[in-house]
Design a protein around this ligand. Sequence first.
Ligand code: PLP
Length: 372
Amino acid sequence: GVYADFAATTPMDKEIMEQMLEDSMEFGNPSSIHKVGKRAKAKLEHSRREAAGLLNAHPSEITFTSGATEANNLAIRGIVSRFDHPHIITTEIEHASVLNTYEALEEAAEVTYIPATDKGTVDTAALKAALREDTALVSVMLVNNETGVMQPIYEIGEILAEHGAKLHVDAVQAFGHVGIDVKELGVDLLTLSGHKIYGPKGIGVLYREKDVVLSPMITGGSHEKGRRSGTENSLFIGAMAAAMKKADAERTVRSIKEMQLKEKFLNNMTHAEIPFEVNGDVNQASSHIINIHFPWADSEFLLTALDMADIYVSGGSACSAGTVEPSHVLESMFGEDARVKKSVRFSFSHLMEEEDIDTITEALKDIYERLS
Ligand code: PLP
């Protein structure tokens, strides 16, 4: 079969897996004061320095969490709970871990949701107009997980420059594909996930600019400087830092390969005369994700037919449910248009071969011909 759903999750890197097996012998609790604990603590802090360095952050600005969902929750709830009914802004195209957190806070805060244009980028004019004196937080993702479209974070940073509102960026789909320098990006909070960069599931990173104060969600023994209690998952933290390091080192090579695969995919479909349109501005998209509108078939039908041909892709975000619901991202871009229900996300990896692309497009051609 061909797996082309790398935005949903990636397989674990073998080198990192082997390293984890070795590291697992070092079982100490980083909070213990004896030598075994101190060794674990030293390893943990080494991983933190590595993660920080790769983002151009200071180690004290890095908090390890159970994943990007928790990191996004901590960023958002950690800010909101410090204010008395603040105004907060996010976009209609965020991942569920941001969008549903904003929705859950609708009593504690006043929430504004900014739509996307049909190019797949957030409407920055609407964002600028929505900004108020009491706006405490703005959450906008860097790369959209359904369309791959990069969001105008620099421009949003400029809009917020003279304003006290904190800028929170979900960079889960960006890291390893787009260079990330938190200082240059001008963000206050930024989140990453291990399992999107060939690391383990259940580990994430929250970058928090040193002057940003967050209320913790999980209280206890004051681990992670009180921001996230609970004995640190040293093993996964080590693997996260290693995954970040490798993804960063191989970023250009991986992205070029992904771009080539994407181009071949589009060329193959054109040559095979399969009717399609790209959802979102392909020129502003990350190398690994492409969302395609097929006017001739419903998403659900296509996903099933492709699955039967052993080709694994998704409708929108797999992270949300497991059912095929109309994508909230495409709805924000296109409204009630039928294309929302006739679109499929393909996400590629440097691990794929050109032949995998041929297999996918041949299957698509086959399905298309059976329908017409
Ligand atoms: N944010 C984005 C953009 C994602 O694609 C995902 C995918 O799962 C998440 C957040 C959640 O990350 P995690 O699975 O580590 O909680």
